[in-house]
Design a protein around this ligand. Structure first.
Ligand SMILES: [Zn+2]
Length: 481
């Protein structure tokens, strides 16, 4: 009986909480696909989380209960996606962060215009909990597509992974994960070659999406041919396109009189980079395009790491919204796995590597390889929730993409990749009302992302005052924890 009362009450509350229609007036609509802005200013009517109607400014007459928002000539882009996020990164579980602190990352995505994330490894119970609260509007956060635990080798790299030691087990493991609610399978670096190939074959048969690190024992071309849907971080590519691929694979490298492990590592990495073979690379990128193998470069993650010493100063003001456990981890040279051994020779290498990855973004894009914007927010230093996507898109423009092409990697591309393009990815009637209003035209300058006026998340309008209030609340919730 109590159960029933609770049910009625919660239904009533939900009814009370239903948002009134919203009319956003006098805005320009940015068409990221056609690199164009609407010919005239428009009004957008939002009802029940959807874009109900778009018409020329002044044509839509609001009903009495409609909230009218003056857009003042803002430029509207679709809500963005972060396609590589770890708001519950297993890498930092060893510090026992509280769930309440992890949850403070959720609203920040939205405040900065990110209305969807692809979670690339985290605890499914927590993710389900976030989803529930976001749906009930008791937590402001993005839509979450999740891969659940990392699928790694018998001795996994991180906590919470599923270590697979037998190729015969892949079907059972894949089925049980999908049945438990994960949206795709995330493969990881230590997965043995035979197990990865068996898993990929099984996933293909069942129609499960596979994304992740190309395992150490597999070439990116092999993973593409095997059917992986998306490769992350450009891992293993440089090795495959080196003219010395075979020697490097066999460990046949002449180190001269270099003896220290780190110096040898840097020497080997430089050798791989310096023997980048453009023809091999071009053939590989053609294969990616042909096999519809998508890529998430996470270039801002590589950049922030290579230039950490400068960037940590430039980003100083962002730290006040970062939960303390991440503040500490992102600044700890001693414990952070991504900040080890920062000797000049290694930093020089990392900077050269970033420059090469930037070239690769442009080359792949020109060859027709589909790209996704992802930040790796989580344990990786300076990969900010929300703002990280702005950084990613700015670097894609620096790499040679047009601002519209960069925006596509965070809007229509994720929607297509996830099979959600009927309801997301562009600003159009009938689609979910996930919108970002910018003060200036992002097609002219991608830095327009720094000037967000308002965000609409699943029909809920967060204007400047509301966004600032949320950030203030986050700051106080971080407190001295
Ligand atoms: Zn990651």
């Amino acid at each position: 009986m109590r159960y029933l009362v609770f049910f009625i009450l919660s239904t009533a509350l939900n009814f009370l909480k239903a948002e009134p229609p919203v009319l956003v007036k006098n805005i320009w609509i940015v068409d990221v696909l056609n690199e164009a802005v609407s010919a005239t200013q428009k009004d957008i009517l939002i009802e029940n989380d959807l874009i109900k109607r778009i018409d020329d400014a002044g044509k839509i007459h609001p009903s009495a209960e409609t909230t009218v928002y003056e857009g003042n000539g803002a430029y509207v882009i679709p809500g963005m996606w972060d396609m590589h996020a770890h708001p519950d990164d297993p890498e930092v579980w060893r510090f026992n962060p509280e769930n309440d602190q992890k949850s403070l990352l959720m609203p920040q995505f939205v405040v900065h215009g990110v209305t969807g994330i692809r979670d690339m490894a985290g605890d499914m119970d927590l993710i389900e909990n976030w989803r529930k609260h976001i749906k009930n509007r008791t937590l402001i956060g993005p839509q979450i597509i999740a891969g659940g635990p990392l699928l790694d080798g018998p001795n996994p790299m991180w906590d919470g992974s599923v270590g697979i030691s037998d190729a015969k087990a892949v079907g059972h493991i894949a089925d049980s994960l999908i049945n438990s609610g994960v949206d795709f399978l995330k493969v990881y670096s230590l997965l043995p070659r035979d197990i990865y190939l068996a898993l990929q074959e099984y996933a293909n048969k069942q129609g499960y999406q596979v994304a992740g690190h190309v395992p150490f024992g597999v070439k990116p071309s092999e993973a593409a041919v095997a059917g992986i849907n998306c490769q992350e971080h450009f891992l293993e590519i440089l090795k495959e396109v080196s003219s010395k691929e075979e020697d490097i694979g066999n460990g046949d490298i002449d180190y001269g009189n270099i003896t220290s492990r780190l110096d040898r590592y840097v020497f080997r990495q430089n050798l791989i980079l310096d023997t980048y073979d453009s023809e091999k690379a071009s053939a590989l990128y053609k294969l990616f395009a042909q096999k519809n193998t998508w890529h998430t470069p996470t270039i801002s993650m590589w950049y922030k790491n290579a230039y950490y010493e400068d960037e940590v100063k430039a980003d100083a003001s962002n730290f006040e919204h970062l939960p303390k456990y991440l503040q500490t981890y992102w600044k700890s040279y001693e414990v952070n796995d991504h900040l080890q051994n920062r000797l000049p020779a290694l930093l020089d290498y990392k900077k050269k590597e970033v420059a090469k990855y930037m070239e690769m973004i442009k080359e792949m894009h020109d060859q027709g390889v589909m790209l996704l914007a992802g930040t790796d927010v989580g344990a990786n230093p300076l990969c900010w929730p929300g703002i990280g996507v702005h950084n990613e898109l700015k670097l894609m423009v620096k790499a040679g993409l047009t601002p519209a092409e960069a925006l596509q990697t965070a809007t229509i591309n994720p929607a297509v990749f996830l099979g959600l393009d009927a309801e997301q990815g562009t600003v159009a009637e009938g689609k979910i009302a996930n919108l970002v209003l910018l003060n200036t035209n992002p097609l002219n300058d991608i830095n327009a992302l720094d000037q967000i006026a308002t965000v609409v998340n699943q029909g809920q309008l967060l204007d400047e005052a509301k966004r600032m209030a949320i950030l203030k609340e986050i700051k106080s919730a971080i407190g001295n924890k």
